[in-house]
Design a protein around this ligand. Structure first.
Ligand SMILES: [Zn+2]
Length: 357
């Protein structure tokens, strides 16, 4: 950047002639934004040539200042406007060039959105509730946090029953195991009681939901899992109705060849009670490691509703009879999907989850 030496009128006019003669031409022929910025600094920067000329006018007498100041200030305005216009022109051209350089290939495949899917437990649970729903069972739900009354007392658990022990049940309050305690429900059965309290018979309900057990987690046990409970109350309901209902349910779920057997068992809220086994779907009854060589697998518990349970909800056991059954959703899902470790359901590993639709 050149600077004329002395602020005398003669050298000022020489520099002015240079600046006014070349600046506009240079700006208008600029071909790049960088080049234009260099010119702006050369003429209009803090120490630019035109800036210096205008600054030096203060050293001249009033007559000179008036004579020279008018045109040079007007020129400054003109040069600024020319730089702005040129800048807009060059920016527009740069944008056009960028757009022209982008080739749009309409044959490229689009970006596929990530596809979500239902959890395998949800899929199996929906299939199970769908079968029951077609047999006339309606959906019922209850709270996860229950009272001792709904979970034990009204289900005919004696006060000293081992299931009340802290080994199995998560108690929320300090008074664990005594009447009036608050707990996380270890079974979906309390929903039966809540529903029977709210509705006069006949009724036919299914209660799917989450349950909680104080258990060590391993390949076949979880501290949190799901159950589906079924309850049917009417006049003249028998064990044959229970067996027929469960056979239709199991064959709908596992195919028409599925076989089932009842084994005598005990639950406080049913009498008589039965464990229900299904013929092993892997070996079809001939015996394999999965069924411990017995040919059978336990799938659910069931029985006829105990008269004491009916009395507690003000149903006359001389008039009404009914059956109840409960099963673990994870257990059924493992058999149906061929999964050998229950923990896989809860690890959120996409490689596992993506296998099920
Ligand atoms: Zn087997």
């Amino acid at each position: 950047m050149t600077h004329y030496a002395m602020p005398d009128r003669k050298s000022w006019e020489k520099e002015w002639k240079e600046v006014s003669g070349h600046a506009l031409v240079a700006v208008n022929s600029a071909t790049s934004l960088d080049g234009l910025e260099t010119l702006r600094l050369e003429y209009l920067g803090r120490k630019g040539r035109l800036t210096s000329l205008l600054k030096d006018l203060k050293d001249f007498d009033l007559g000179d200042r008036r004579e020279l100041g008018g045109p040079s200030n007007a020129f400054k305005e003109e040069l600024s406007a020319a730089i702005d216009a040129k800048k807009a022109e060059l920016e527009g051209a740069a944008q056009d060039a960028a757009i022209a350089g982008t080739k749009l290939d309409l044959t490229l495949p689009g970006l596929a959105p990530a596809e979500g899917r239902l959890h395998p437990l949800t899929l199996v649970m929906r299939e199970m509730t769908g079968i029951l729903s077609r047999m006339g069972f309606s959906w019922a739900e209850g709270p996860h946090v229950e009272t001792d009354h709904y979970n034990f007392e009204s289900l005919n658990f004696p006060p000293n029953h081992p299931a009340r022990d802290m080994q199995d049940t998560f108690y929320v309050d300090a008074g664990s195991g005594v009447p009036g305690s608050i707990l996380l429900r270890p079974q979906t059965s309390p929903v039966q009681i809540r529903r029977m309290e709210a509705q006069r018979p006949p009724l036919r309900i299914m209660a799917p939901g989450r349950v909680f057990r104080h258990e060590a987690v391993d390949a076949s046990h979880g501290a949190v899992f799901h159950q589906i409970e079924g309850l049917y109350v009417d006049k003249g309901v028998t064990m044959a109705d229970l067996k027929g209902t469960l056979l239709v349910f199991i064959q709908s779920l596992f195919g028409p060849k599925a076989q089932m057997r009842f084994r005598p068992s005990f639950f406080p809220f049913t009498e008589p009670s039965a464990e229900v086994d299904m013929q092993c779907i892997l070996c079809e009854g001939s015996g394999c490691p999965a069924c411990k060589r017995t040919g059978w697998m336990e799938v659910l518990g069931a029985g006829m509703v105990h008269p004491n349970v009916f009395k507690g909800v003000d149903y006359d056991p001389e008039v009404w009879s009914g059956f109840a059954f409960g099963m673990g959703v994870e257990r059924i899902a493992m058999l149906k999907l061929g999964i050998t470790d229950l923990r896989l359901f809860y690890q959120n590993d996409l490689r596992f989850l993506e296998q099920f639709k």
